[in-house]
Design a protein around this ligand. Structure first.
Ligand SMILES: Cc1cc2nc3c(=O)[nH]c(=O)nc-3n(C[C@H](O)[C@H](O)[C@H](O)COP(=O)(O)OP(=O)(O)OC[C@H]3O[C@@H](n4cnc5c(N)ncnc54)[C@H](O)[C@@H]3O)c2cc1C
Length: 577
């Protein structure tokens, strides 16, 4: 392949690598304890233990000898990034999930190893706290090391301004999957186009670490290919299924799994939810200098993985049934999940402006998030932020440090009733932000992307027209509850009613369906904040425990009989052709 270009990691916002934290040595005592989880083996020199793209690989502890870890290289020769010797161990984030291995492991000399199979690794992570923390720390810092490597991960070839390329990149970023963006040359574009008939463009293309190329993959195809999606086990009846991996769902998953419940999370897009779209959350306890929503979410996901949570990413739940005490959820594509209880944490999605041509410019100039990734698209340009809430205020502040100028448009007469005072003060004192009260966007113009915006002051009639290519729309959200329509009680705006007379049980989070709970932004009357979402997700698990204990006898506890009941109920409900 032609020149891969330079790796651009500025959209990642990742720290510099820390080899001291990435490659800690186990102590003698730790290795002794680990022996009960694995089997000792002696492997000759130059034997491959696992290779790029391989899934569910075991963990290896070197007892004697040496194992080299290498990344695939574009020039044909792989690059060694680590050499594991006595009491070092193999693996990175892929030890905790089903992602394919990003590195290859090969013995350098005859090596005596302790092989810990994946099934025993889960047990180890629960039982050996100090070793689990060491493995977690190493996994995180090794992934950071790979992201920083110029040829780590997969290659995304396309055009930075292309919507499909941007969507794939956003998916990879939000799932912390190492990748490089390579701007396709005209020659590469012509070569790639040979793959598809009728002169369709074959870009963006993803070049996998095993050398295969995917042309214009959907997010779901890419998620499956990389192992980002772990599909539910159809033979299982889970204790808890959490729908949504925003702050509330992630908190519920961590608490459920840490308290021994068999837990799966189904997430339509990527962990983080709305918070994942925030460049900096400054009001979440314990982070005095703020934390990006993306970082908060990836930490929470790791915590959940450590306790054995399974994640099915990039699959929406589309329907829900409750039969004989078991919930059957169906995912987009048809895969079923059976569960004794469900925590609905499906949050909300961005509201849109009512302006002609609006959808034509979504992701081509209209954005709903202001993170490091979007900032690359509008550096040194004038931009617009729409909305009077905290998310709009944060976006305006963040962009004021990157864009040439921020035009902040609000419908109300001031920010006072809708925004926190600390943000109002910062916006007022910034010379890079101009506030336009009582105003609305009237016209969006452009060809392949947004080029010009007109807005008007409703009171004075004054119009402003500016050549602007990026509008950040932050005007609140609507509940993601459509998939539950007709099954649980909703309020007039579609938020889920819980507790008291509206809930099946009088706990604050019980919905009208037994064993189904709702937390976070999707719940009627919840406080729409990260901290409250995390709080609700954490405490709902005590309700789940109580429900499972109370209904143990009424639920068809035998997975097989529960599944059989569901299957025959579904068959009876399916019209015959
Ligand atoms: C840009 C922005 C900045 C913000 N900044 C702050 C801040 O600084 N401080 C603060 O306290 N709050 C902030 N908020 C609000 C905060 O992010 C939300 O209150 C919080 O994320 C709600 O969490 P949640 O888990 O309930 O829902 P969400 O975050 O909305 O997550 C819901 C998840 O469910 C998934 N989902 C939806 N439907 C389905 C389905 N059918 N199947 C599977 N998955 C599904 C979605 O993809 C999503 O990932 C901000 C919001 C935005 C948009």
């Amino acid at each position: 392949m032609a020149d891969q270009g330079k790796s651009d990691i500025s959209a990642w916002n990742v720290p510099d690598p820390r080899p001291d934290l990435a490659f800690p040595k186990l102590t003698e005592d730790m290795v002794d304890r680990l022996r009960s989880y694995g089997k000792e083996e002696t492997i000759p020199a130059n034997v491959r233990l696992f290779t790029h793209g391989e899934r569910e690989v075991d963990m290896f502890v070197v007892l004697n000898g040496e194992v080299a870890m290498s990344l695939p290289a574009t020039s044909g020769e792989s690059k060694t990034i680590a050499r594991h010797q006595r009491f070092d161990f193999s693996g990175e984030l892929n030890l905790l999930n089903s992602q394919g291995s990003l590195v290859e492991a090969r013995t350098v000399s005859e090596t005596h190893l302790l092989r810990i199979p994946r099934s025993d690794l889960q047990r180890l992570m629960r039982a050996e706290g100090d070793i689990a923390n060491l493995i977690m720390q190493a996994a995180i810092w090794r992934r950071i090391g790979i992201i920083n490597e110029p040829n780590g991960g997969i290659v995304l070839m396309g055009h930075a301004s292309d919507v499909e390329t941007a969507q794939l990149q956003r998916f990879l970023l939000r799932n912390t999957y190492p990748h490089r963006i390579v701007e396709a040359t005209p020659e590469q574009e012509i070569q790639s186009d040979d793959f598809l008939p009728d002169h369709q463009s074959a870009l963006p293309a993803v070049i996998l670490s095993d050398g295969r190329t995917l042309h214009r993959p959907t997010i779901t195809q890419l998620a499956d290919e990389l192992g980002v999606t772990e599909l539910p086990d159809p033979r299982m009846v889970y204790d808890v299924t959490v729908v949504g991996a925003g702050p509330s769902g992630l908190a519920a998953a961590v608490y459920a799994a840490s308290e021994g419940l068999c837990t799966i999370v189904i997430e339509g897009t990527a962990p983080g939810g709305q918070a994942g779209a925030s460049s900096k959350i400054e009001n979440y306890l314990g982070f005095p200098t703020g934390i990006s929503g993306q970082r908060l979410a990836s930490r929470a996901q790791l915590q959940a993985l450590k306790f054995g949570v399974r994640f099915a990413i990039s699959r929406d739940v589309v329907t829900s049934e409750h039969i004989d005490g078991v919930h059957k959820l169906t995912l987009a594509g048809g895969a079923p999940v059976c569960s004794r209880s469900v925590v609905v944490a499906s949050g909300a999605q961005y509201r849109k402006l009512s302006v002609a041509n609006y959808s034509q410019f979504e992701n081509r100039g209209i954005y709903y998030a202001a993170t490091a990734m979007e900032s690359l698209l509008c550096r040194d340009d004038e931009v617009i932020v729409v909305g009077g809430g905290n998310s709009a205020g944060q976006a305006a502040m963040f962009l004021s440090g990157i864009a040439k100028h921020v035009h902040h448009i609000i419908r109300g007469k001031s920010l006072a009733s809708s925004m926190s005072q600390y943000l109002i003060s910062r916006i007022e004192s910034s010379s890079h932000i101009t506030l336009y009260p009582n105003s609305e966007i009237e016209k969006l113009e452009g060809n392949s992307s947004l080029e010009s915006v007109t807005w008007a002051n409703r009171l004075t009639g004054e119009r402003t027209v500016k050549p602007i290519g990026s509008v950040f729309v932050m005007i609140g959200a609507e509940p993601n509850s459509g998939w539950l329509f007709g099954t649980v009680r909703l309020d007039e705006k579609g938020f889920i009613l819980t507790g008291g007379k509206d809930g099946f049980e009088s706990t604050p989070y019980a919905t009208s369906v037994p064993g189904m709970f709702a937390v976070g932004d999707v719940r009627s009357n919840s406080v729409k904040r990260v901290a409250s979402a995390v709080g609700e997700g954490s405490v709902v698990i005590s309700d789940v425990h109580r429900y499972l204990a109370d209904h143990r006898n009424s639920v068809a506890v035998e997975p097989r009989s529960a599944l059989a009941a569901l299957r025959s109920a579904s068959a009876a409900a399916t019209p015959q052709a």
